[in-house]
Design a binder for this molecule. Structure first.
Ligand code: SF4
Length: 370
């Protein structure tokens, strides 16, 4: 391993640990996936929470976590339930690749680990869907292994603490090496969560609350008066933008025409509305029904990692369900009651398109990750 600068002294690390842990004992939020003080966390609950929190806010996860765990209380229960059931339970949380990976992870845990979550970060990082951050987080929080997971919150705290001009996210590997030098030999799980909590509550992105921070005496960026200017960011990539038509057909009896996406590609296996192709290399699509279509005002914007969509919605009301004719053969269209959308793995995009047309039943109006 190459030499990492800065190299915090052990006295600095011990002072940081002591001040941060004392603050955490007083200020930690009560969250459904956190074990009370003195109680050993359930590793499966920790693993599921860390996967859910990868791209979704704590408030959204908190509203869904207990129901999700009640449905899949163990890796064996999730493996037996099947991917479709996991996707359906994940509906509205966005980034469905995580749900598929979580189901694959449960299957590996059953097949190769006796249905248990391994304690070792290397074994954890070999599981589907668990990158270096999640593996370190589970090892620290569930098993008190001396790891420091570096997510966006922790990266921000570290960059400011040492006044580093390292751009993010490209400097994450270097930050992980620096973070490892700070891990305590005991209470590693509390220390990891304390760093995350400090980033979420105090060392906030635009407005760090330095006057409420337990690390003010140690923090170089605060001393130099440039906390809010850090971290630096890598230059933004410009994502291609594409305008796409979505067709929303429904009946007065409350049926809506939906489609299941192909098993590979964007939103693979999920349910949304019939639409034109998301990628320019795909063949163009026609409306799924012969009907009197009218364009709704406004657009729905939706961002994928490498692509931004701007969707216009064409609406039609059919007196009775009309057999869809124009869907590609691998994208099955079907009529479905609007009142039973929660039984489907409906994509966040499909949910937003229905909401745009005012057709989302009120129980389904919930925050989506994307
Ligand atoms: S003193 Fe300010 S910049 Fe430094 S860690 Fe605390 S909140 Fe962040």
């Amino acid at each position: 391993m190459s030499r990492i600068e800065p190299r915090p002294s052990s006295a600095f690390a011990e002072q940081l640990q002591a001040q941060l842990l004392a603050w955490y004992e007083r200020h930690a939020r009560r969250l459904p996936w956190r074990a009370p003080a003195g109680v050993r966390p359930d590793p499966w609950r920790v693993l599921v929470s860390e996967v859910m929190l990868q791209q979704t806010t704590a408030a959204t996860v908190a509203a869904r976590f207990d129901d999700f765990l009640a449905r899949f209380p163990t890796p064996a229960a999730m493996a037996a339930a099947g991917e479709e059931a996991v996707l359906q339970a994940w509906s509205g949380l966005g980034y469905y690749r995580r749900a598929r990976a979580l189901h694959a992870c449960a299957r590996v845990l059953v097949a190769e680990h006796g249905g248990r979550v391994p304690a070792d970060a290397a074994a954890l990082s070999a599981l589907p869907g668990l990158g270096p951050y999640t593996a370190a987080a589970v090892a620290a929080i569930a098993f008190d292994r001396p790891c420091v997971p570096v997510d966006g919150n922790v990266a921000r705290v570290l960059v400011r603490l040492f006044a580093l001009d390292w751009p993010l996210p490209s400097s994450l590997p270097r930050l992980r090496q620096l973070a490892a030098t700070l891990a305590p030999s005991t209470r590693a799980g509390d220390f990891a969560q304390a760093l995350m909590e400090l980033g979420a509550l105090v060392c906030r992105p635009r407005t760090p609350a330095c006057c409420d921070c337990p690390l003010t005496g140690l923090c170089r960026a605060q001393r130099e008066g440039r906390a809010a200017a850090l971290p630096r960011r890598d230059p933004r990539r410009v994502r291609p933008r594409r305008r796409v038509t979505a067709w929303l057909a429904h009946t007065p009896a409350g049926l809506v025409l939906l489609r299941r996406r192909p098993p590979r590609g964007l939103l693979a296996g999920l349910v949304d509305l019939p639409s034109g192709p998301f990628r320019p290399e795909e063949p163009p699509a026609a409306p799924p029904l012969p009907a009197r279509w009218r364009r709704l005002p406004g657009v729905v914007r939706h961002a994928f990692t490498h692509l931004e969509l701007e969707l216009v919605v064409e609406l039609a009301v059919a007196d009775v369900p009309v057999a869809p004719a124009a869907a590609p053969p691998d994208e099955g269209c079907f009529w479905w009651p609007l009142a039973r959308l929660e039984a489907l793995p409906l994509s966040s995009l499909g949910r937003r398109l229905l909401d745009h047309a005012g057709l989302l039943p009120s129980p389904g109006r919930q925050a989506s990750a994307r």
